[in-house]
Structures are given as C-alpha cells and as structure tokens.
Design a protein around this ligand. Structure first.
Ligand code: ATP
Ligand code: MG
Length: 424
C-alpha cells in the first residue's frame, strides 16, 4: 500500500467555511474525543473542483457506539454494516466507520440485493481509502490540520480530470458492476474522461449488470438520468454498451425504428428533463419510463388492436407487456409505473374536444404529464401536431374562449368506414 501524501491548504484551497456547519460540528466533536475523523468522498472531490457538494459524508475510526457516545443525537442504522446517522432535528449526516477491503478469499461475492457482502470489516483510514471506487472519490479532508490526505494519487487525477478505479479494474467491476455506471455518471457530471485501463473492460463486462438487483438499478438509473446531464449520459451509456442492460427494450427500439422518431422523442424528452432540473423544476421517473418504452407500447398497441381488441384495452395490454419486461432489469415502484401507464392511456383522449370532456380532462391531475408527452410526440414527427397546438391554446385562453374553441371543434373525431374511431 502507498504512503499517504498530505496536501496542504496552499495546494488544495479548501477552506473551513466551505464545509457545512453540521459536518464541522461532527468532525470537531470526534477529534476532540480523540478519534480520527475526516470529510470524505464526493464532498472533498466537489470542493476541489469548486462545485457545491450534494452531501457531506464523514469517515472515522470511531465505531458506531463510540460515535453515539460522543454525539448523542446519533441513530445507528443497518444490520450487516452499521452506519451512524448524526441527527440535527430532521436532518442528519452520515458518519461511517473506516472499512477494510475484503480479503482475497471472498472476492467477487455480491449478495442477492446486489451489494457487496464482504465489505463489512472495520479498518484504518488507508484501508478505507483503497476500498473506495475512483481515486478522486478517495480523498480525505482533515479539518484539524487543513490537509487533504491522498493514498491513491487522487489529486493528480483531479488535476488531469481523469476517472481511475483504485486497483485492478476488472476485479473492481466484478466486485461491484455498478461501478461501471458510476463511472459514466461521473464522466457526465464532471466532464472527466476514463483512464484507459479503467475504460478498457467496460463493454466486455457490461453483462455483469444483470446480476444487480433491479431495485438498486432503479436508484442508479435515477441518479444517471435526473442529475441534469441526461442527454450526455444516454450517449455515454450507449457508447459503452451499458444502456441495453438498463433499458433493453429502448435499445431495441433505437434499432427497429427506421423513422428516427423514437430517437428524436428520447432526445427531446431528456433535453427537457435536463432543463427542468437545472431550473429547479420537479421531474418524475414515470415520464422517463413513458418515453423509453413508447415505441414498444405503440407496436404492442397496434398488435392488440389488429387482433380485435378495443383501443384503450390494446394500450393497456401493450403497457403491461412493456412494463413487465422492463421491471426485469429496473424495478419501477408501482406509484411510478401506474403514472407511466396513465400517460400512455391518456394519449387517446386528446382527440376528443367536446366541451365537457375537454374541461374534465384539463382538470385531471395527470393532464399536464400526458400533454407534455403528447407535444413531445408531435415534435418527434408523430401526426399529433394539431392536437398539441389546440391543447396548448386551450389551456391559455379564458373560459369564454375555451367554450368557443370546443364548440368549434365539435367534440368527437369522425369515424372511418369500419366504424372505428380514427386514431391520432
Ligand atoms: P455524489 O456527489 O453523486 O453523491 P459521491 O461520490 O458522494 O457522489 P456516493 O454514492 O454518495 O457518491 O458515495 C459516497 C462515497 O462512497 C464515494 O465517493 C466513494 O468513495 C464511496 N462509494 C460509493 N459507492 C461505491 C462503490 N460502489 N464502490 C466503492 N466505493 C463506493
Ligand atoms: Mg455523495
């Protein structure tokens, strides 16, 4: 193991004031009680890059019970590997006891929920550094001395804007395949490149992601697509053959759709998501899945309709098929997949413009999501442009003009020769 390099303030520039007060309180309390305690992980990395950290994680040699003795507001969580949550009212910070890397005998073991099972032995700070994923995530900030502790040449990688796994990349990916996704996420988030040795095994090892519990992949997918860099992330995931492990149906749709509409739809939707996130607006996972599975749902709907099913039922059947396949890779909680289904089933309602129906639809709590989705479809080249324009205007005008609009639209769409309603 390498010796520690202590990087002084003059070289790293992190000041005490950049660290949130709660984290400082914890660090000071633990060091005063005679323990080692450092700010670690994403917070140190982000401060070095002049970015605002998402959260401030702390690592210490104090065991959870000892942390609780020093900081009585601590709640100890987790059964297998216990973590301390130090509470400040409703908020809390995570304080983890140093862990050692597993020994070689049990390498590559992953539990049924996709987490590493050997990662549960306490260690010292140097050991805690090398069990982390990328070198830039393994820097420790020592509030007491003002130094950054570097065991893995992480500072060098910060400077050269590189993502480098600690240790042998193949071993580290096998230990936890999610590290491949984390690599992509940090590339997109930080604009870093992958070190060639870290990059080389990814495509070949991408299949390992199928071992990961779908619930964990749901969390990772949201981090990938809801961090304000969804478009870049999509391209990177596809480039490294990781996208098909998360969204096999969508990857197929890119290949099958010769019109290019699916590609346009996905890009427009992710571009919108990025904009919303950057301006602080809410986003929902339901929309992401509605977009990614849309081509498949359209194909399925057509199939069921041809087999003689009514329109709405055809959408429902196709929705169940698509969601049923998707949850094999990514577990979508019901509260989201139900909304995804609603976004799809509501698409047929935009053709009905009779007054009462339109007003009711406008007041439906899913109207906005369904409308946004329909306008993206229009943008992708589907023949729903007229509906998009009509409903856009309908929302903007006052009551009187609304009445005039729907009276003029006469409500129901014309029926075609077979007696079925026209589809839009
Ligand atoms: P973000 O800013 O997105 O939260 P982060 O680096 O803080 O990035 P977390 O998921 O919060 O990411 O993890 C905190 C730290 O824990 C990481 O910086 C890394 O040191 C370590 N870590 C997280 N996941 C893994 C993993 N799969 N393998 C090894 N170390 C990990
Ligand atoms: Mg973090």
């Amino acid at each position: 193991m390498k010796d520690v390099v202590r990087i002084p303030f003059l070289e790293h520039g992190i000041t005490e004031r950049q660290i949130c007060k709660k984290a400082r309180t914890i660090l000071n309390a633990l060091t005063k009680a005679g323990y080692e305690a450092y700010l670690v992980g994403g917070a140190v990395r982000d401060l070095l890059l002049n970015k605002q950290p998402k959260d401030f994680d702390i690592a210490t040699n104090a065991h959870p019970e000892q942390i609780k003795q020093v900081l009585p507001s601590t709640r100890i969580i987790g059964r297998r590997f216990r973590l301390a949550h130090v509470h400040f009212g409703r908020e809390f910070l995570e304080v983890a006891t140093f862990r050692a890397p597993h020994d070689k005998s049990d390498k590559g073991q992953v539990s049924t929920d996709g987490r590493i099972i050997h990662d549960n032995v306490y260690g010292n700070v140097a050991e805690d550094a090398v069990r982390r994923d990328f070198t830039i995530n393994a820097l420790f900030y020592d509030l007491k001395s003002g130094d950054v502790l570097d065991f893995v040449d992480g500072m060098q990688d910060i400077k050269s804007r590189q993502l480098r796994l600690i240790g042998d990349p193949e071993v580290r990916y096998r230990e936890d395949p999610v590290r491949m996704l984390r690599g992509i996420r940090f590339m997109a988030k930080l604009g870093f490149t992958l070190d060639p040795e870290t990059e080389a095994p990814i495509c070949e090892m991408s299949e390992l992601l199928s071992q990961i519990a779908p619930a964990r992949l749901f969390d990772e997918t949201l981090k990938l697509f809801h961090s304000g860099q969804a478009l870049v992330t999509l391209d990177l995931l596809r480039q490294y053959q990781l996208f098909s492990c998360l969204f096999p149906l969508a990857e197929q749709s890119f290949a099958d759709d010769k019109t290019g509409r699916f590609d346009t739809l996905v890009r427009a939707a992710l571009g919108n998501t990025d904009k919303r996130i950057r301006s602080g607006k809410p986003v929902t996972p339901a929309f992401l899945f509605a977009v990614m599975l849309w081509y498949q749902v359209q194909q399925g709907t057509e199939f069921y309709r041809k087999a003689g099913n009514p329109d709405l039922q055809s959408v429902h059947l196709a929705a169940s098929d698509a969601l049923g396949l998707q949850v094999k890779s990514i577990a979508i909680p019901r509260r989201f997949s139900n909304v995804t289904r609603e976004i799809w089933t509501m698409q047929g309602r935009f053709q009905f413009k009779a007054c009462r129906r339109s007003m009711n639809f406008l007041n439906n709590k899913r109207f906005r999501a369904a409308y946004d989705f329909m306008c993206l479809r229009a943008l992708s080249g589907e023949p729903v442009q007229e509906n998009c324009e009509w409903w856009t205007l309908f929302q903007e005008v006052d009551e009187e003009e609304k009445l005039a609009m729907c009276n003029k639209a006469k409500g129901s769409p014309r029926r075609n020769r077979s007696g079925r309603r026209r589809r839009h």
